[in-house]
Design a protein around this ligand. Structure first.
Ligand code: AMP
Length: 433
């Protein structure tokens, strides 16, 4: 029978990558919490309407990337393609915004988009994100960018290019749409198929087109359509970023692919990621989304960052630390008769905080020791007949290739010293035991 493979566009997170991801996820939660953001988890399946109404029917995500299915009761469900709509639904549904505004939240989890799988694009991927719900202040747009900025710093990633733009208010965008339509309509015949359609459905998305890049470059600029309050909002964001020491690059063409954004939008780019997939993530203000979902109007701002892409960069720049979950010690018996004593020794070492694997298999000692090195252990503790009789154990430094016999009472402290590379005088192999 053929072997079963993982579904297209998905990847298994094997132990080496698991540790690196945990490092990243912990760093994100710690940085967000240092700004007062609290954790939230929402369902992976949502009603399809949450995204068709929230993200917008003319967006790539809703048009062609959703995993949508009917449940047994005939309701249309979708594997969440993004986290903002679900988080907002959860917060407003639970009236959290009536207790304290703004509500500051962070999340992490899997998301699903049926994009053509390629480097940097998967069907299932992971995002970390934050949402700041209930206030419209530009200071909060700058705050969330600062959270992400500090997060990248915590991971040791330099060279982030922060791209920012303002999409203004709905009225500003209506003015801009008119200007875009006036610009593109005489050029309609030369547009690609997607753009010809977008001209009538969602002209802002014309700026995302890679094929008609020349036309995009000469298109009207959004800033020209912004009114005074919108310009002030954006100017304040830029000023706050500057005083936080964050370099922002103004990008007039940045519109982002989701309908719910207004005013500030931003993306984090890195040179290591080339081409269309150069974005580590992004976000912006989405004051209009709550109403689209049927809730009272509620201003909000947030971001989402792609975990797999950030890990790609962290690996390339070499900042991923070694696995903190790795095994420290392998405890083994010499013969089955010492299995119980060896298990007791392993327990004792775990109580002292060490990661200890127990090997009481009927196998030659040299094979057990080879296994210890392969498991990443730096110390082996060997329990043989003599040791059981004398309430001691043999401690073998697998890197230094030396060993000593120590009383059980001194075992934990001896192993800790070796692991800390603060070696005590050791007996050369062969002299002891
Ligand atoms: P978006 O909100 O669509 O800009 O997505 C934010 C970030 O999530 C992107 O910049 C990517 O880092 C990541 N991302 C989005 N879609 C995918 C995907 N299909 N595969 C892997 N990462 C993705």
């Amino acid at each position: 029978m053929p072997q079963i493979a993982a579904p297209k566009g998905t990847r298994d997170i094997l132990p080496d990558e698991f540790a690196a991801r945990r490092w990243l996820l912990d760093a994100h939660a710690a940085v967000a919490e240092s700004f007062g953001y609290r954790g939230i988890e929402t369902p992976i399946i949502e009603s399809t309407e949450l995204f068709s109404r929230g993200v917008g029917t003319d967006t790539d995500i809703v048009e062609k990337q959703m995993f949508t299915f009917e449940d047994r009761g005939g309701r249309s469900l979708t594997l969440r393609p993004e986290g903002t709509a679900g988080t907002l639904r959860a917060v407003l549904g639970a009236h959290l915004d009536q207790e304290l505004r703004p509500v500051r939240l962070h999340y992490a989890g899997p998301f699903f988009r049926a994009e053509r799988p390629q480097a940097g694009r998967q069907h299932q991927f992971t995002q970390v994100g934050i949402e700041c719900i209930g206030e419209g202040s530009p200071a909060l747009d700058a705050e969330i960018i600062e959270v992400a900025w500090r997060f990248f710093k915590a991971l040791g990633i330099d060279g982030i290019h922060l791209q920012v733009n303002s999409l203004g208010s709905p009225e500003d965008r209506a003015r801009y749409r008119t200007a875009l339509v006036a610009y593109y309509t005489p050029l309609e015949a030369s547009l690609c198929d997607d753009c010809r359609r977008r001209l009538h459905t969602n002209p802002l998305r014309l700026l995302d087109c890679k094929r008609d890049a020349g036309l995009v470059a000469a298109a009207p600029i959004l800033w020209e359509s912004l009114d005074r309050p919108s310009r002030d909002h954006f100017t304040t964001v830029l000023r706050d970023l500057e005083s936080a020491g964050i370099d922002a690059i103004r990008n007039d063409r940045l519109v982002r692919g989701l309908d719910y954004y207004g005013h500030t939008v931003f993306e984090f780019w890195h040179d290591i990621l080339q081409g269309a997939q150069s974005s580590l993530g992004g976000g912006g203000r989405y004051d209009g989304l709550a109403e689209l979902l049927g809730f009272p109007s509620t201003p909000a701002t947030g971001y989402a960052l792609g975990v797999e892409r950030i890990l790609m960069v962290a690996r390339a720049v070499g900042t991923v630390p070694s696995d903190p979950a790795a095994t420290d010690v392998l405890v083994c018996s010499v013969e089955p008769g010492q299995a119980e004593a060896a298990a007791g020794v392993a327990r004792l070492l775990r109580d002292a905080g060490m990661h200890s694997i127990l090997d009481v298999a009927e196998r030659r000692l040299d094979r057990k020791l080879r296994g210890a090195s392969r498991a990443g252990a730096r110390v082996a503790v060997i329990v043989g007949e003599n040791e059981v009789g004398s309430d001691s154990a043999v401690v073998r430094d697998l890197d230094g290739r030396s060993q000593q016999t120590v009383p059980i009472a001194e075992l934990a402290s001896t192993v800790i010293r070796i692991l800390a590379r603060d070696s005590v005088a050791e007996t050369a192999i062969g002299e002891d035991s």
